[in-house]
Write a protein that binds this ligand. Structure first.
Ligand SMILES: Nc1ncnc2c1ncn2[C@@H]1O[C@H](COP(=O)(O)OP(=O)(O)OP(=O)(O)O)[C@@H](O)[C@H]1O
Ligand SMILES: [Mg+2]
Length: 277
């Protein structure tokens, strides 16, 4: 139904972490079929964050030379790619709701990779209600350019550094096609006590697109390092106000809901009641 692409003009600002947080929340809170994956080479940071919960499946994949994405590429080339075959090549994180597709094991993109990746996610879009993609930062990647072109909405990771916001507003390093896309901005590792908070940034830089701060959260960082984001979300996301990560989950939940509304999901109907999952 919709391709949601997470992109940042610069590396290291929290794009993968933002993708992880929003993707996991959608997969655990909503009864829609969601695919989460990344299109970078030699950098399985996104997948690794889920390893603890799926150790067996990950162990089986260690010794193979191809990944889910590589197998789909093969199917595409032999004209056997179908919406069903895509889900068959994923690891199920939340049954029927959240599937993880392992990114390519190849070390670099070949000439046709952008158009093949585009075709694979077009097909995935027929089966999944949300296809969530963590793509390479900057404007030097032909894969990212293709996926931004194909996106229904682009979630852009920026920071609270004014130099970063200024470059963005001046459209420096924007890939082709970004201009005409629906965009929302996430300030990664957000510090709400900074003078440069969401309200001030929006006003000072005259930004029309929605902006959110995705808070810095120590436990989230630990969960990424422990490769245990899935279990940590399961355990902690509905905890009460006194929980140290309460405001993190509140924000992630709000951003996820607004994003789903933007892509046309009825969040009232699709929301899973607490305690059911
Ligand atoms: N909201 C957050 N709370 C706590 N730590 C965070 C948060 N966001 C990011 N981090 C920390 O910052 C590190 C780098 O973030 P991340 O890998 O998401 O950046 P990136 O933009 O994807 O980088 P790259 O361009 O290298 O792919 C994470 O491994 C994590 O330790
Ligand atoms: Mg990353």
């Amino acid at each position: 139904m919709a391709k949601i692409v997470f992109w940042s003009p610069d590396p290291g600002r929290g794009n993968t972490s933002n993708t992880l947080a929003i993707g996991t929340m959608i997969g655990q809170d909503y009864d829609i079929r969601t695919l989460i994956t990344q299109t970078q080479f030699r950098r399985p940071n996104l997948e690794n964050a889920f390893m603890k919960a799926k150790e067996l499946q990950f162990r089986n994949l260690v010794n193979t030379t191809t990944s889910g994405m590589d197998n789909l590429e093969r199917l595409f080339k032999s004209k056997r790619l179908s919406a069903d075959s895509i889900s068959d090549h994923t690891i199920s994180l939340e049954a029927g709701r959240l599937d993880l597709l392992m990114g390519t094991k190849k070390s670099e993109a070949h000439e046709n990779f952008p158009s093949i990746a585009g075709a694979i996610f077009d097909e995935a879009d027929r089966y999944y209600q949300a296809v969530i993609l963590d793509i390479h930062s900057g404007n030097n990647s032909s894969v990212s350019e293709q996926l931004i072109q194909d996106a229904d909405i682009v979630v852009i990771t920026l920071s609270q550094d004014t130099s970063v916001i200024e470059s963005y507003v001046e459209q420096k390093d924007w890939p082709d096609n970004l201009q005409e896309k629906s965009k929302i901005i996430l300030l990664g590792q957000y510090d709400k006590y900074s003078k440069y908070n969401v309200t001030n940034i929006k006003r000072n830089f005259k930004i029309d697109d929605p902006i959110y701060g995705l808070p810095y959260c120590s436990e989230f960082r630990d969960a990424i390092n422990d490769k245990d984001v899935l279990n940590w979300f399961r355990r902690a996301r509905n905890a009460g106000k006194r929980h140290p990560s309460y405001s993190f989950f509140q924000e992630v939940r709000k951003i996820s809901k607004d994003l789903l509304i933007q892509i046309g999901v009825n969040t009232e109907i699709k929301r899973i009641e607490r305690g059911v999952s």
